[in-house]
Write a protein that binds this ligand. Structure first.
Ligand code: 5AD
Ligand code: SF4
Length: 471
């Protein structure tokens, strides 16, 4: 499962134009062809897969002559790429749609993409009749046809199939980050975690051909990207459909081998498919980043069974032992759900003791949220909101302590950092280490964005490091 928050911290304001390398448009400045073909505003909720899907949707629309604009006001088409992983995320979409109700009467097309589109389907037209396009992620490759239907005057168009063998490949992807390129290598999910909507909203697992992935990585390197992040809900379940039958670990090494690539990341790994050869690839090749995101969800084997996670606490800890035994230290992060139906106090305490045992470098934690269609929906959501909130706070306090101690132990160490942000404050920069620790640092250099620098750690908070440019 792709984490919703990973990579989304935006500590500093960076001008959009600088990030994208592309100008933003005001209505007045639009070319004639854009005015004819239309303009689109695309807002994205949720995980990195959604962010990257939006980059591909934007690329597809740009290649068809549409122009991207910065505000819904300037757009002839307003698109929302949505998330339904937890109830709150899904609710947010409907409240946002409500805000744009009157825009339809101004002649704008309003479209809902992504997981809420897939989950709610045509019901969206009932709840928000001003919407005219509903399209789930497995149907994005059909978007051009759907837009043509809208242009031909069809008032309501849907794309809701999930029984597709397609992976969503486009000739043009408009990437938002000029240094780190996201690349989906496997779509959908064949696991059946009892709390999770993803198998319903994103459909079955489909792996992309290894030669097509490597071709795209070579193009990305030529365009100047030095860091590639391979994405998938269960990225390490990758199964190359070509005759080469490349293993996931071989793919990591092949991507690292592309000239110009300096860092290869991958997320999210599923514990059951996490094999020793992945650790060996990290040991062997410094360009394969020393970070594994390995969601555990719970420290209790009983709860893991009820979650249908396909491993026990002990089996998970065996995977952790393999990672910790690597010749090169590897950062480990996780996801945890508290308050799953029937989770007892002592089962929750098992999660706390797992945190103590593993000493994670980072954690994303969530209160259990019952979701439509999922098997756990039929279990009674027995833990009160208040109790879920208490457990979450206790868990986060514990992890904060662990991270504070970990970060404090890094004082005086040097890290290579890819500089990805500049503060408004003079001489302040931010970037990530290979193990995905965020570091804010000072440097007298005038321009560092997109470069790799060495930074000495001079301070630490539980969530990030503080440092200075070591020349
Ligand atoms: N309730 C709470 N958290 C959930 N996640 C997925 N489904 C749910 C749900 N129904 C969490 C898992 C997953 C992360 C992205 O979101 O921890 O790994
Ligand atoms: Fe991840 Fe399980 Fe959801 Fe698949 S079903 S996306 S493995 S949480």
């Amino acid at each position: 499962m792709i984490n919703c928050d990973l990579g989304m911290s935006k500590p500093f304001d960076i001008e959009i134009e600088r990030l994208t390398g592309q100008p933003t448009y005001s209505e007045a400045g639009l070319s004639v062809s854009a005015r004819q073909r239309g303009t689109f505003f695309l807002e994205t909720f949720g995980c990195q897969m959604n962010d990257h899907d939006s980059e591909k949707v934007a690329g597809l629309l740009l290649s068809r002559g549409y122009q991207q604009v910065e505000t819904p006001e300037a757009a002839s088409m307003i698109l929302y790429n949505t998330c339904s992983i937890r109830e709150k995320a899904a609710q947010k979409v409907f409240s946002r749609l409500g805000e744009y109700r009157e825009k339809q009467s101004e002649g704008k097309v309003i479209g809902v993409l992504g997981c809420v589109a897939q989950q709610e389907g045509e019901d969206i037209f009932k709840r928000a009749p001003w919407v005219s396009l509903v399209c789930g992620s497995a149907s994005y490759s059909k978007l051009p046809e759907m837009l043509a239907q809208l242009e031909a005057g069809n008032p309501r168009v849907t794309g809701l199939d999930t029984d597709t063998d397609d992976t969503f490949e486009t000739e043009v992807t408009r990437r938002d980050n000029p240094w780190r390129a996201y690349l989906t290598i496997i779509e959908g999910c064949d696991k059946a975690c009892s709390y999770c909507v993803v198998p319903f909203t994103r459909g079955p697992e489909r792996s992309r051909a290894s030669d097509s992935i490597l071709r795209e990585v070579r193009q990305l390197a030529e365009l100047g990207y030095s860091e590639v992040q391979l994405l998938g809900q269960t990225v390490n379940s990758y199964a190359d459909p070509t005759a080469r039958r490349m293993r996931f670990s071989e793919l990591l090494l092949a991507v690292a081998d592309v000239e110009g690539i300096r860092r290869v990341r991958f997320t999210t790994s599923h514990p059951s498919d996490f094999t020793r050869d992945i650790v060996e690839a990290i040991e062997k090749e410094a360009k394969v980043c020393d970070h594994v995101h390995l969601p555990v969800q719970s420290g209790s084997t009983r709860v893991l069974r009820a979650m249908q996670r396909t491993y026990s606490r002990e089996q998970y800890l065996e995977k952790i032992a393999v990672i910790r035994a690597a010749k090169r230290p590897i950062g480990i992060t996780t996801d945890i759900i508290v308050g799953f139906p029937g989770e007892t106090e002592s089962e929750f305490e098992e999660t706390l003791s797992l945190l103590e045992e593993v000493q994670y470098d980072g954690m994303f934690s969530f209160k259990y949220s019952p979701r439509p269609n999922t098997p756990s929906l039929s279990m009674s959501d027995s833990i009160s909101e208040q109790e879920k909130g208490r457990r979450l706070a206790v868990l986060q306090d514990k992890q904060r302590e662990i991270q504070a101690a970990k970060h404090a132990s890094l004082l005086g160490e040097h890290f290579e950092v890819l500089v990805s942000g500049k503060s408004r404050r003079e001489n302040q920069w931010t970037g990530y280490t290979t193990s995905h620790r965020m570091i804010n640092f000072t440097s007298q250099e005038r321009e560092l964005l997109g470069t790799y620098v060495h930074v000495k750690v001079t301070g630490a908070t539980p969530n990030s490091l503080v440092g200075e440019h070591a020349v």
